[in-house]
Design a protein around this ligand. Structure first.
Ligand SMILES: [Zn+2]
Length: 212
């Protein structure tokens, strides 16, 4: 910044006088060393977070809903509520209705807020509830805590939530031909949606073709 603006900066001890070649070199070396410290610290923190994830340990300070403060033991009341949420959802109860029921019972999030539809959705998608530990959007290990719901229940919920569009839990490609298959009529890339019966199908975005 000083170079661009023609400023002459001199540190109080005179070590870095940006008005001289030697001073600028000194300042650049100091800056590079400092930068490297920052990079190393950040890499160390990332490694630590990844290690915790691979060991199935939790992270973060906030108690997840359904668990006690140790983030491992089930909360006697909330654990039952969590199972109820998944049951209701898989039995066709809408997210708004689930939120309405929670609010009617006075159930709050661990932040002390009322539940909302986006909060519920994110909660249901969280692999933590199935005893799986994710890191950067991918399940990396079995968690150190007991699952609140079994993995099949969680996966069925994720499938159903993601089938309705919106952000997905995993960025991994799930539908083999998306980005590959094109419509034979207009040449648009095929996408997927659900048939009325609930089966997944490839469709032309302009409705020329649909294939189960
Ligand atoms: Zn088409």
């Amino acid at each position: 910044a000083a170079e661009q603006r023609g400023l002459r900066i001199v540190t109080a001890n005179g070590e870095a006088d940006l008005g001289t070649d030697a001073g600028r070199m000194f300042a650049r070396i100091k800056a590079a060393v400092a930068r490297q410290e920052v990079d190393r610290k950040s890499a160390r923190q990332k490694r630590a977070a990844q290690q915790r994830a691979e060991r199935g340990q939790s992270w973060g300070s906030r108690r997840p809903f359904g668990f006690m403060a140790d983030q491992t033991t089930h909360h006697p009341v909330e654990a039952e509520i969590v199972r109820g949420m998944y049951d209701d959802f898989l039995n066709g109860v809408g997210q708004r209705e689930i939120v309405r029921r929670l609010t009617a019972r006075g159930v709050k999030t661990t932040m002390g807020n009322d539940w909302s539809q986006p909060v519920l959705r994110n909660f249901l998608l969280n692999p933590r509830n199935a005893g799986l530990r994710a890191y950067k959007g991918e399940v990396v290990s079995e968690a150190a805590w007991e699952p609140l719901v079994d993995e099949a229940t969680w996966r069925a919920t994720v499938d159903r939530l993601e089938g309705r569009g919106g952000p997905t839990y995993s960025r991994a490609r799930k539908h083999l031909l998306v980005g590959v298959a094109t419509c034979g009529v207009c040449g648009e890339g095929m996408r997927t949606n659900y048939t009325v019966a609930g089966a997944r199908q490839y469709v032309c975005p302009k409705h020329h073709v649909a294939r189960r």
